[in-house]
Design a protein around this ligand. Structure first.
Ligand code: NA7
Length: 534
């Protein structure tokens, strides 16, 4: 078995967070190695190559801020970049900062055990190669563990089956084919309009409808580029202190305090801002069901206006689902796709799938003959990627046991009894609720300061106290109860995965408040952490 030199920090995952961790840790004078499962860097943006894949955060915000020259020189071509452009950007960053030499590709990690005798993490890759490090950073992704549903007969299907998050690099080419898509979350909603144009016939199998708002995407002009370059320092400062990690803020009045015409104007403006940003129309849209009701009813009217058949609109419009309780989808022509003669919608609430057959899908009412079956069925989010590693802390404690009632962390960074293990964008951090790139930078910078402090003090072992982690997690539970997020089943709560404990997994009070809390704790001698057991 191949043995590798020990390093100070081993990073699992070369997505946005892992890549910046390699850079920042190295700059701070620590030795580092990153193990990446994919054949290329990029994480989420490497794997999610399905047609239509784009980020739902504007690219000028969803990009690194740590190096001003980098942000001044890179030009985004559109407001919301496509997956290939985001991946090209990530590769550019890796090249520019010479990060390749510390990243090992095709190296999925299967086990990581804490060795108490020497205070080191021992990590094993699928190939059998072993690595050891004082600190382990898990940058394994919030949406990386694929959820492939266990539908009866699924292995009998003789056509092609593809999950959106495992789309082949060479593309597909569905011309002349009968394609079925299961799932109408963000991945389904982004890919369906394009698959409809490609396939001979597209059948969409919808279990739960989602709210989607048009992206209003557009190319960025030269004038935009100049303005962006000038604005960047202020834009980043405001974004870091904001809730969602961008400059967009709601208009100042709560929904109930607006006159009907003010409300309508605010909603129209919010709608035209586009996509997830519609969720920021009113300051109380995520905390007050009545305020949210105005937004939901407005969205319903907009959606009905573009769907020709009212019965189809009835199926596509969510019911009893506050808009934004599941992440709002950001689309380009989604609802209009159902006006096409070569697209059919199957309401799985009315006719559940009975089985996958050799030639298609059988529901309670009909049979659908298909050449291709696309699973846009999402992820075991936030905890799935960690739970799929044989991850053991002090005393051999397994992460699955530590989290059997739902994930518990301190600041999203540490799990009690897992010394020197640090999570990036883990449960208990803002993660997917804020701009992930700025959140990753903030987290990595905070951790690098922690490691420098430990180095100065000669500390070998850093561990979160369980009472501190319980308190942090309770604070999140309580804050989440005040939001609309707990009013609908979603992957935010783990409810898309059978048997997963229901717990809201993200810090819901915003990036600015999160950073403030973390900084206060650092200033307070890292209250809640134990250094060499004290
Ligand atoms: P999502 O948002 O979890 O969507 C998955 C979809 O797949 C959703 O519509 C599910 O319906 C559906 N699904 C899952 N399993 C089944 C089965 N067994 N039968 C029928 N339908 C099923 O994942 P995405 O990849 O679209 O998006 C994830 C995030 O990525 C997104 O929020 C953005 O932040 C980026 P259900 O709702 O469970 O009834």
């Amino acid at each position: 078995m191949e043995q590798n030199d020990p390093v100070d920090v081993l990073v699992i995952g070369a997505g946005f967070a892992g890549i910046y961790a390699v850079h920042a840790v190295r700059e701070a004078g620590f030795t580092v190695r990153c193990l990446e499962a994919g054949a290329g860097v990029g994480g989420t943006w490497y794997f999610n190559r399905y047609p239509g894949a784009r980020c739902d955060v504007e690219s000028i915000d969803y990009s690194y801020s740590f190096d001003d020259v980098l942000q001044q020189e890179w030009k985004w071509s559109e407001r919301y970049a496509t997956q290939p452009e985001i991946l090209a950007y990530i590769n550019h960053v890796v090249e520019r900062f010479g990060l390749h030499r510390d990243i090992r590709l095709n190296c999925p990690v299967v086990a990581a055990h804490f060795d108490e005798h020497v205070t080191m993490w021992r990590v094993r890759a699928e190939s059998g190669e072993e690595h050891s490090a004082r600190y382990l950073f898990c940058a394994t992704g919030s949406l990386s563990a694929v959820n492939k549903p266990d539908i009866p007969g699924i292995d009998r299907f003789r056509g092609r089956m593809i999950h959106t998050a495992r789309w082949p690099e060479e593309g597909t080419g569905f011309e002349g084919m009968r394609v079925g898509v299961i799932g109408t979350g963000s991945s389904g909603i982004q890919s369906i309009p394009i698959l409809a144009r490609e396939a001979e016939h597209l059948t969409v199998f919808q279990r739960t409808p989602n709210w989607s708002v048009p992206a209003f995407n557009r190319p960025l002009t030269e004038a935009d580029q100049t303005r962006i370059r000038e604005e960047y320092p202020r834009r980043r400062r405001v974004s870091r202190a904001s809730s969602g990690g961008s400059v967009h803020v709601p208009q100042p009045k709560n929904a109930a305090d607006c006159t009907p015409s003010e409300r309508e104007q605010a909603l129209e403006r919010g709608w035209r801002t586009g996509g997830v940003l519609f969720g920021k129309t009113f300051p109380d849209q995520y905390t007050n069901l009545a305020a949210n009701g105005y937004a939901s009813r407005f969205a319903e009217r907009k959606i009905r206006a573009v769907i020709d058949d009212p019965a189809t609109a009835d199926i596509l419009i969510p019911k009893n689902q506050p808009i934004g309780a599941k992440r709002i989808c950001t689309d380009s022509g989604y609802y209009e796709t159902f006006n096409r003669a070569d697209v059919s919608l199957v309401d799985l609430r009315a006719e559940p799938i009975r089985a996958v057959t050799e030639t298609g899908i059988e529901t309670d009412r009909s049979r659908f003959e298909l050449d291709v079956l696309v699973f846009a069925t999402g992820f075991d989010a936030m905890t799935g990627a960690l739970n799929r590693i044989d991850l053991r802390g002090a005393g051999g404690r397994r992460i699955q046991d530590a989290w059997q009632d739902g994930p518990v962390t301190y600041l999203g960074y540490q799990v009690p009894a897992f010394p020197n293990l640090f999570l990036l964008n883990g449960p208990g951090s803002p993660s997917v609720l804020a701009n992930m790139v700025l959140t990753s930078e903030a987290q990595v910078d905070w951790l690098v300061t922690l490691l420098r402090t430990a180095r100065q003090q000669g500390t070998k072992r850093i561990e979160a106290r369980s009472d501190a982690a319980e308190k942090w997690t309770t604070r999140i539970d309580e804050a989440a109860e005040e939001t609309i997020f707990v009013h609908t089943d979603s992957w935010y709560l783990g409810s898309n995965i059978a048997g997963k404990p229901r717990r809201f997994m993200m810090y819901p009070l915003g990036l600015g408040n999160y950073r403030k809390s973390c900084d206060e704790i650092a200033e307070n001698d890292y209250e809640g952490f134990m250094f060499d057991g004290h």
